[in-house]
Design a binder for this molecule. Structure first.
Ligand SMILES: [Cu+2]
Length: 85
């Protein structure tokens, strides 16, 4: 039982920095995609608050949630995000 807890804790420690670096990359890709689209495009209007939320979540160290928001924004924009593994 203890080993499992330690294993999970280790996994989180290993996973967090990778995820922390991931969100700015995703947010950058989303902002670039938005930059190529018209500002009054309904997709852009829908995606912008999601990107802002992702940035806020990232700033609050909630990287997994931020990545989920980025995925949502990408779906709205119809773009594919390049994720580093
Ligand atoms: Cu982050």
């Amino acid at each position: 039982m203890k080993a499992l807890v330690i294993a999970i804790a280790a996994l989180i420690l290993v996973a967090s920095p990778a995820m922390a670096g991931q969100c700015p990359l995703l947010i950058k890709q989303l902002n670039e995609a938005v930059g190529k689209m018209k500002a009054d495009d309904a997709k852009v209007k829908a995606a912008k608050p999601l990107i802002a939320d992702a940035q806020k979540l990232h700033d609050g160290a909630k990287h997994a949630d931020a990545i989920k928001k980025c995925d949502e924004a990408a779906k709205v924009l119809g773009v594919k995000l390049e994720k580093k593994m």
